[in-house]
Design a protein around this ligand. Structure first.
Ligand code: FE2
Length: 323
């Protein structure tokens, strides 16, 4: 089934084309973050400007025509309301014009599923780490859903790293800039908070920002990464051992961080378990993962009537069926 997927939950407007589980195109344009962070209305305006361009680019890259499309997927949530609306409207417009069905996709399910499938894992612990979310997930039940077995008690790790980057004046204020700076840093002690399989990042963020006047940015970048990633590793290790799983994968925007992948790999392989991550193109927000999940949803009859294709800013992962 030839399906277009549209992603617009945060700073990325993405369009992907999928057929038979194969991603034929995965195009995107991003809002460029400044020191003021993401202002939802402004990000949405950027998406509106980019939508037709990105969709057109994906169609030509996949070498397909609109009349070839058999289904549409879009990110229903979670995410920023004004941004999600742009993707929902794009999907409804395409579906109404072509008379095809729509799948309303949960963004977190899409991240977890594209990684699980690319890694050829059947039942892993998924360490899902992005700007707005940080959760340990596992598939359970019938119909299958991702259950949250551990999660952040306050903010997402990506949000924490981006806020820290802005707070110490890094430009661009992304976690990737923190990763580069961390390469030449040394360890400074910071608060470490794990409660069972849950974890907390705000105390760590506050302390790291407080130390910005006395410690070098390299040392703080190194220490904030080492501390927060160790917290994730401890919680993931506990989740893996208590659930008896022997597969761990990492997905979401922060899964692009090489150091985090290295630490999780060491932890998993230390227990004889398999570790995997998807290529970075699919860890960052992208339309390809939405198209991938939408195709399976539509094939199994999970479509949403067009009048119900709205957005859910707080669309919790464990409420979405995994087709
Ligand atoms: Fe994401």
């Amino acid at each position: 089934m030839l399906v277009i997927g549209i992603e617009s939950s945060a700073h990325t407007f993405g369009a992907g084309i999928c057929e038979g589980g194969k991603i034929l195109a995965n195009e995107k344009e991003m809002y460029h973050i400044s020191t003021s962070g993401m202002i939802p209305g402004r990000v949405a305006e950027t998406h509106i400007r980019n939508a037709a361009l990105v969709i057109g680019r994906a169609m030509s890259k996949a070498n397909v025509k609109f009349s070839d499309l058999e289904g549409v997927g879009y990110t229903m949530g979670p995410g920023m309301g004004p941004c999600l609306q742009v993707g929902a409207l794009s999907a409804r417009t395409i579906a109404r014009r072509l008379g095809i069905k729509i799948a309303a996709v949960n963004h977190c399910v899409a991240h977890a599923e594209i990684t699980r499938n690319m890694a050829h894992m059947s039942d892993p612990i998924v360490v899902y780490v992005s700007g707005g979310n940080s959760q340990l997930l596992r598939l359970q039940g019938s119909p299958r859903r991702y259950h949250v077995i551990g999660e952040t008690l306050d903010i997402g790790i990506g949000n924490m790293l981006d806020t820290f980057a802005r707070g110490i004046g890094l430009d661009p204020a992304w976690g990737s800039t923190v990763e580069k700076k961390a390469m030449s840093g040394s360890y400074v002690e910071l608060p470490y908070t794990v409660k069972g399989m849950d974890f907390s990042f705000t105390g760590l963020l506050t302390k790291a920002l407080e130390l910005a006047n006395t410690e070098s940015s390299e040392d703080l970048c190194y220490s904030i990464q080492e501390t927060s990633f160790s917290m994730l590793c401890e919680a993931a290790e506990r989740a893996m051992l208590l659930s008896g799983k022997d597969e761990v994968c990492v997905s979401g925007g922060v899964a692009q961080n090489t150091r985090l992948r290295e630490m999780l790999r060491k932890m998993a392989e230390g227990h004889g378990s398999r570790f995997a991550a998807a290529p970075n193109e699919f860890n960052a927000d992208n339309g390809g993962m939405i198209a991938f999940v939408a195709e399976r949803m539509l094939e199994k009859g999970y479509y949403t009537p067009i009048e119900n294709c709205t957005v859910k800013q707080r669309y919790r992962v464990n409420t979405a069926v995994v087709p």
